[in-house]
Design a protein around this ligand. Structure first.
Ligand code: NHW
Ligand code: EN5
Length: 412
């Protein structure tokens, strides 16, 4: 069934029930001198390149390959359209290795036809913090599919990760491979239902009209408005309580650079409860969570009394190309990232996130059922999508499949 994956140090389907196998690394590291020094062989027309993602031109080439050939939904109606700014951010976290940004091009024409990346990350599995590679953006040009290029790309990234003395990896995929540590459901919250229906992202529900649908998903312009007083209209109330930055929860504001230490403490403490989660330090939080326009948005609650940072929410920007619409070419989607609630109920915090996303003109807010997300999804009118996301570890075995709520990791 899986001619390639059967040869790799990953959990195998046949071992799924076997609790005698120990938890932890499947293979021991070999001495670095024993790691293959030369790249794997590619079919003759192709050659390896290390992509200098800092270079504007290279970043554009990668962007073009992914825009035309990366992940689509099962009906090929939408295709992820990561922006250049997003790719540059996603691929250059603290301590990144240039050698892990791997391209394949046609020797004769120099055309980029395949891509795969790794970035370093410290990931905690139960009590063990493990340095891993997070592998992402595996892409083979549509015209070169099913030629077994992907296994060569995966072996080459593995080799280059090994050369840095790193022996584990984490990755996600929409397809089932040997074997998921957990499987998550995508949920979607309509922000612009009319457009979503128009482009086929969602359908009008049974016995629902367009106007009833629009009403169903309507959000207040301002969050958690104090109760409407007698003889007060909504518009008078909004005006009365209008704030410099329109938000709801008292103390809800955008994260700023000086918040990095407090957010790091809040997030580290929160992520402790999950079985698998990143081990973020301040440099990681600065990179991954400080707001970056059209890439990542982060908000927090600073107590108006104590100035303590008590809650946090974030989402990243990942548009999709709409493949067959007369009216629209892109779907603007926000993806829930890391959220922490200690004082503000998570439901209220995420309602504020929805309002902010709506204000920023996103069409849809997406989330996985990881961490505590199940506690707000239904209530905030998210609906389950037709996509699932499977999480994997390379060369690290878990005794049991996790519940998605035991997972504290979100990959881009
Ligand atoms: S998931 C998104 C992956 N990309 C896409 O879906 C884009 C559109 N599709 C394509 O470009 C996020 C191609 O279809 C790809 C496969 C390139 C996906 N992960 O070349 P062949 C990530 O980027 C296996 C892993 O003929 P193809 C995560 C498949 O099961 N394996 O297929 C990436 C089969 O093996 P099997 C995948 O369609 C994680 C073999 O590839 C896969 O032309 C990578 C067929 O190869 C997937 N998404 O190209 C692993 N899709 O054993 C990292 C298919 O079943 C592991 N396959 O025969 C860790 C490495 C680092 C370790 C460090 C210690
Ligand atoms: C690596 N980082 O299938 C990721 N998306 O549900 C790689 N469906 O958008 C792996 N098919 O359900 C990615 N609308 C795997 C996911 C690939 C992309 C994918 C799904 C996730 C998706 C949409 C559109 C479906 C179009 C037809 C979907 C329904 C929304 C509806 C809104 C109202 C409430 C009910 C749900």
């Amino acid at each position: 069934r899986h001619k390639f994956w059967e040869t790799q140090p990953v959990g195998q389907f046949k071992d799924l029930g076997d609790t005698n196998l120990p938890e932890g690394p499947i293979e021991q590291p070999t001495p670095l001198s024993e790691v293959k020094q030369e790249p794997y062989n590619l079919p003759a027309p192709y050659e390896w390149i290390t992509c200098d993602i800092d270079s504007e031109d290279m970043c554009s080439e990668v962007y073009t390959l992914l825009t035309n050939n990366y992940v689509e939904d099962d009906e090929n109606m939408f295709r992820f359209n990561y922006s250049k700014e997003f790719l540059s951010w996603a691929l250059r976290p603290p301590g990144y290795y240039r050698s892990w940004h791997i391209g394949v091009r046609v020797k004769s024409s120099k055309k980029l036809v395949a891509f795969i990346t790794g970035i370093p990350a410290k990931i905690r599995v139960r009590d063990a913090v493990v340095v891993m590679a997070e592998v992402n953006f595996l892409c083979v040009h549509k015209k070169l599919r099913s030629k077994r290029l992907a296994p060569v790309m995966i072996k080459e990234v593995t080799r280059r990760v090994h050369l840095e003395n790193i022996w584990q990896a984490a990755y996600t995929a929409g397809v089932v491979l040997p074997t998921p540590i957990t499987t998550c459901q995508y949920w979607h919250r309509s922000l612009n239902p009319k457009k979503l229906i128009d482009v086929g992202f969602s359908r009008l529900g049974a016995r629902m009209t367009m106007s009833r649908t629009i009403k169903l998903y309507k959000l207040p312009e301002q969050t958690s408005t104090p109760g409407l007083g007698a003889r007060m209209t909504m518009s008078r109330t909004i005006k009365l309580y209008k704030l410099p930055e329109q938000t709801s929860t008292p103390g809800f504001r955008k994260m700023e650079p000086h918040d990095v230490p407090a957010v790091t403490r809040l997030l580290r403490n929160y992520l402790k409860q999950f079985v698998v989660a990143p081990d973020f330090d301040e440099n990681d939080v600065e990179h991954w969570l400080l707001p970056k326009e059209d890439v990542v948005d982060s908000y927090l609650v600073e107590s108006p009394e104590t100035h303590e940072i008590t809650d946090f929410c974030s989402f990243y920007t990942l548009p999709s190309s709409i493949l067959g619409s007369q009216n629209y070419s892109t779907l603007k989607a926000a993806y829930s990232y890391y959220n922490v609630s200690t004082k503000t109920p998570l439901l209220q915090l995420m309602n504020d996130a929805l309002i902010v996303a709506k204000k920023k003109d996103f069409d849809v807010f997406n989330a996985l059922d990881v961490m505590h997300n199940e506690t707000f999804l239904k209530e905030l009118k998210f609906g389950p999508g037709d996509g699932k996301l499977h999480y994997y570890l390379y060369n690290y075995r878990l005794k049991h499949v996790l519940r998605s709520s035991e997972l504290g990791l979100v990959l881009l």
